[in-house]
Write a protein that binds this ligand. Structure first.
Ligand SMILES: [Zn+2]
Ligand SMILES: [Zn+2]
Length: 332
């Protein structure tokens, strides 16, 4: 260990001690360093934004299914006979604790015994250690492998990794199926289908409005065909990982956005737009795309970023194996 490592370790130690004291003084934590995790941050600086408590809204959806949101992120939890099955951990250590707190208000006598990971990203599944450190954790194998390799502080490894495209679960009296339709976003991103309730839940794919920023970790080539496979299942309500609940038509309309954006991006390159000239990309988006997309949620914030990313895809050829897969398009 060199001098810098020693100083870093001392800094981390002092920071953790400081947090323990301040949480004990403020009465807003159990006083354990374990209740706040650093993700993949390496600098020993306090991260108040990561630990901050977030207000969570929650409501029953259908049958044993509840939905939770802190305004931007959304997830679901299920009422079992003895405990609760929660999907994801929401977005930070503070949000994960608030999510557990919300479940505790709805079912004060039912512990969270199972967490299902939607996909590998820390902002959805990074903080089981803050939410329910003893829970069983179910993830698709492709997700579980990334989580195991990442070793992020707070993202607990899967205790059960499942393989293939489809697996049914009956846990604590609740039935659901997990489906892996192919590469869409992140790694091992699954949908959860509740056939009796006619609900489909999936994260970071269908999101109301235009696409999220520059489409981080989206795999465009297999994305739309993989997502369309989920239309072969019987459901009429779609719960996304962000913003509000939609239906089959909202799902179909959202996928069409990707097809249209693919065409716009090719046309923009043909028109001579330089994707590195940000002012021009923004101007082109306002001039050429607002007639089609101007009424969509977050058009003015994200649409130029969406266009730029699609242009880069056509110029570079898509990224990695996931971005070049020929997906299975057979119905489920
Ligand atoms: Zn994600
Ligand atoms: Zn997300």
């Amino acid at each position: 260990m060199n001098e810098n490592d020693i100083l870093r370790r001392i800094g981390q130690y002092l920071w953790r001690q400081d947090r323990i004291v301040s949480e004990a003084e403020n009465g807003n934590g159990a006083g354990h360093a374990e209740c706040d995790h650093c993700g993949i941050f390496t600098i020993p600086t306090p991260h108040p934004i990561m630990g901050a408590w977030r207000d969570i809204s929650y409501s029953p959806v259908r049958d044993k299914i509840w939905s939770v949101s802190e305004g931007i992120y959304r997830s679901i939890f299920l009422e079992g006979e003895k405990g609760v099955i929660a999907f994801d951990t929401l977005t930070t250590p503070g949000t994960a604790r608030a999510y557990a707190g919300a479940i505790g208000r709805v079912f004060p006598k039912k512990p969270i015994h199972t967490i299902v990971y939607s996909h590998d990203h820390l902002d959805h599944t990074g903080f089981a250690a803050d939410m329910a450190p003893d829970a069983d954790i179910i993830a698709h194998r492709l997700c579980a492998e990334v989580v195991a390799a990442r070793k992020s502080d707070g993202q607990l490894p899967a205790t059960e990794a499942w393989d293939g495209e489809r697996k049914s679960y009956e846990i604590d009296g609740v039935y659901f199926e997990l489906l892996y339709p192919g590469p869409t976003h992140g790694d091992g991103n699954i949908a959860a289908w509740f056939p009796q309730s006619k609900i489909l839940f999936m994260v970071d794919t269908i999101i109301p409005g235009v696409g999220y920023t520059f489409f981080p970790d989206w795999h465009f080539k297999p994305y739309v065909p993989s997502m369309k496979r989920l239309l072969s299942l019987d459901w009429d309500m779609f719960i996304p990982g962000h913003f509000w609940i939609t239906d089959r038509q909202g799902f179909i309309d959202n996928l069409e956005y990707y097809d249209l954006m693919a065409d716009f991006a090719q046309q923009a390159i043909i028109d001579g737009l330089d994707p590195h000239d940000w002012d021009s990309v923004c101007r082109y988006t306002e001039e050429k795309l607002s007639a089609s997309f101007g009424n969509l949620f977050r058009f003015h914030e994200y649409c130029a970023m969406n266009l730029s990313r699609y242009m880069q895809t056509y110029l570079t050829g898509g990224w990695g194996i996931e971005g070049n897969m020929h997906p299975n398009t057979t119905p489920f």
